[in-house]
Design a protein around this ligand. Structure first.
Ligand SMILES: [Fe+2]
Ligand SMILES: [Fe+2]
Length: 295
């Protein structure tokens, strides 16, 4: 096969993938109806905490997961809460909305359909590590972005990977194999093999299910963050957390090489590269517990 034919095939596959992601695709897991409703509530400026509470109570399984997460991640060692109204009052509307999106979406994708050499359980472990590290970093940079937004953006940043794996299992298996064989990042292998990368795939999906803009940014730009001095946006936190979690080998995200840090990203957060491993490890102390709540 000539290079030109190979490029043509790759382009065709990339278009096919993009089309399948935005189509009403019944191969993808059905998101809980609460997730759809939450997206509607987020866009509705007149919505209240009472609306949210009523909505959440319609899905008891998701409610209990959200409470478990709120207790673990956002209340830390303070006393726990066992009802959703209290949780909304104590951690705020935005946090509860974020948790429903993050926990609802990861729960829907779950751990089914493992590809050879790629485990969804390990991907969620990686994602939880990124989420927790993002939230810690955000708390150190006052007035940047809300910690709960950073947490959810971290949790969902690599969603494009399970989407690719579910819709195109054979090409995805080839991508994972290629990344390992050539010792390159999975993003590089995606580009070279199927012509489209998981950051774009995740964002296309997020658009099609009307995710809030801040979560979409985390997905779309986590490998190419915008570096604006004095103004770290959400994807910069995800980018830095992703690199450090990959470097520490917490979970697995299909990389054959650790993704590089974009120059200036760490400095933009007022941090030093040398302090990142300890910051991430401290953030990840309850990872096993969180993983068992998530899946
Ligand atoms: Fe990624
Ligand atoms: Fe990642």
């Amino acid at each position: 096969m000539t290079q030109q034919t190979r490029d043509g095939e790759r382009e065709k596959l990339a278009l096919e993938i993009a089309g399948a992601v935005v189509a009403d695709n019944d191969k993808l897991p059905t998101l809980p109806s609460v997730v759809w409703e939450i997206n509607r509530l987020i866009r509705d400026e007149k919505s209240s905490a009472a609306d949210l509470e009523r909505l959440i109570m319609t899905d008891p399984v998701l409610t209990s997961k959200v409470l478990a997460f709120a207790n673990s991640v956002f209340f830390a060692s303070r006393s726990t809460t066992s009802n959703i109204r209290q949780a909304i009052v104590r951690v705020g509307l935005n946090t509860v909305q974020n948790l429903i999106l993050g926990v609802g979406v990861t729960g829907a994708f779950g751990t089914k359909g493992e590809a050879e050499g790629f485990s969804l359980t390990e991907l969620w472990r990686h994602s939880l590590g990124v989420a927790a590290t993002c939230a810690t970093m955000v708390r150190r940079v006052p007035l940047s972005v809300p910690p709960e937004d950073a947490y959810t953006a971290g949790l969902l940043h690599d969603l494009g990977k399970p989407i690719l794996m579910t819709l195109f299992p054979e090409p995805f298996r080839a991508v994972v194999e290629d990344a390992r064989r050539r010792a390159v990042t999975i993003r590089q292998a995606e580009w070279d093999t199927v012509g489209i990368t998981h950051d774009l795939v995740g964002d296309l999906y997020a658009q099609s299910v009307h995710f809030p803009e801040r979560l979409r940014r985390g997905m779309r730009f986590h490998h190419q963050p915008e570096i604006v001095p004095g103004r770290p946006s959400i994807e910069v936190f995800v980018h830095v957390a992703d690199a450090v979690i990959n470097g520490l080998g917490i979970g697995e995200s299909g990389n054959g090489a650790a993704p590089d840090l974009v120059p200036g990203a760490v400095e933009l957060l007022g941090l030093q590269e040398s302090e990142l491993p300890e910051l991430a490890e401290t953030s990840c102390q309850r990872l096993d517990e969180e993983l068992s709540m998530l899946l």
